[in-house]
Each structure stands twice: as C-alpha cells, then as structure tokens.
Ligand binder design. Structure first.
Ligand SMILES: [Zn+2]
Length: 255
C-alpha cells in the first residue's frame, strides 16, 4: 500500500537501568529507558514496518505505508552504546543528528564511535555546530554553523551530508533558504505530524518519558487523535515563547 504520509519518531538519550555502566544523560525528560526503546522497536516489527534513512525523503511524496524513520538528536554516547546494538538486533536503522562541537565531550559520541555507527549502516547527519538555535542567528552566523558542521562530518565519514535537524526544533524559511544554498535538502523539525511532499520541513513526534506506547502505535498507523494532543502541546509551547521570550524559554526547555 502507498501513502503520502511518512512518520518520523524523534529520540534523544537512552538509559540502561540494568547496566552497571549507568551512563548519565542530562536531558532527563527526553531520556527514555532502553527497555522502552526496545518495546518501540518490537512494536514497529509487529506492525510489519520497516525503518528508512533520510534517503527515502523525496519530492514525489509517496511512500510505502510500512515505512518509518527513527531519528536521534544531539549525539549522545548512548546512540552508540545502546541504540545502535538494539537497532542491529532488530535489523533496523536510524538517522543520528550530531552536534559537531559536542563530539568527544562527556556523555557524547566520540569521532571513532560516529565512524563505527556509519560503518554499521546508521545514517549520520547534523544538528549544528554548537546547538545554537538557528532562528536567533544572523545569516552569516547560520552559514558558519552549518558549513562547518557539514564539512567536518563529510571529512570524517567521506559521505555527503544533506539533512539537518534544527537545534531546539526551531527553523523557518530564512534558515531553510540559507541551508538549501549550502546543499542541504532535508530539514527535520519538532513540529508534530507526518511528512508530506508539500511541506518544507519534516515533522516528527518526540518520544519522552511520558509517551505511551499505544500513542506511538496510533502515530505509526496514521491515526490522528494522538497528533492533536501533540500539536496542542506544541502550540502551547509556541505561546509560552511569545509570553516569556525565546531566550528565557530556551533555558526552560532544550530540544
Ligand atoms: Zn537538540
């Protein structure tokens, strides 16, 4: 069956509570248990769905209805220590959006780990140089961020980088126009929804500690009510930005 909708799930760090190596990840609300991640992979397999990489995005806008993209933001070390082996176990893949200045820092991926993930058929893409929110930068600053991260990652892996996940989920037409001029063609946001060819960004549904498995199932099977909930929450967040100002809001929530 063919559909014009493509679901994309968005993850951050994972934690394996059964491991003595308990890797610390800062963003607790967005850090989910490895056992929950395993349940989501099992659900995808039970629904007879197959994971796709960013290469599936095209302007024709028709997809096999069994396709789903899994994506990880920020480049946490657990992408390598937990997510990649679990994905391998299920014969699945995911897109990992890394922040190049975070590489090698505490709890983040090292360059060697990123290379190993790339060799294990994981789709490495970028999430900025410093994770500064691109909508707050001037044009030259956006170019500097994206050009550096793209060149660095292309040099590291010897592949073309054409996908960007907006730091904090925040992008707009100006950011997309600049990124397009640098060779990016796919823009992943935090706007809840399914990708359709007519949208410039690729919406995603974020998985966090309060996400319920039945809601993930509804999203993957194109049932709307779960999205209405997410969309209401997203717009409440937008309203909060207007009320308290972007800089203060950024301190409350890092996406
Ligand atoms: Zn981020």
């Amino acid at each position: 069956m063919v559909t014009s909708y493509l679901p994309t799930l968005m993850f951050h760090g994972l934690v394996d509570k059964t491991s003595s190596l308990h890797q610390a990840v800062d963003e607790e609300f967005y850090t989910i248990d490895a056992a929950v991640f395993r349940q989501i992979l099992s659900l995808i397999a039970e629904l007879d769905k197959k994971t796709a990489t960013t290469g599936i995005i095209s302007n024709t806008g028709s997809f096999d209805s069994n396709r789903v993209i899994l994506s990880f933001d920020d480049g946490w070390m657990t992408d390598y220590t937990i997510a990649t082996p679990l994905l391998g176990e299920f014969n699945m893949s995911a897109a990992f959006f890394i922040v190049t200045d975070f590489i090698g820092k505490d709890s983040y991926l090292t360059a060697m780990q990123i290379k190993a993930m790339h060799q294990a058929a994981m789709d490495i893409q970028i999430h900025g140089k410093t994770h500064e929110f691109l909508t707050l930068l001037n044009n030259d600053e956006i170019i500097a961020q994206l050009q550096y991260a793209k060149n660095f990652t292309e040099d590291l892996l010897g592949k073309n980088i054409d996908s960007l996940s907006f730091p904090g989920g925040r992008g707009d037409d100006r950011v997309i126009d600049i990124a397009t001029s640098l060779g990016f063609t796919k823009f992943f946001s935090s706007r809840p929804g399914w990708y359709q060819a007519r949208t410039r960004d690729i919406p995603r549904v974020v998985i966090h500690q309060q996400t319920l498995l039945p809601d993930v199932c509804k999203y993957l099977t194109y049932q709307k009510p779960v999205l209405y909930k997410s969309i209401a929450k997203y717009h409440a967040g937008r309203l909060l930005v207007k009320l308290v100002g972007q800089h203060f809001y950024n301190r409350l929530k890092v996406g």
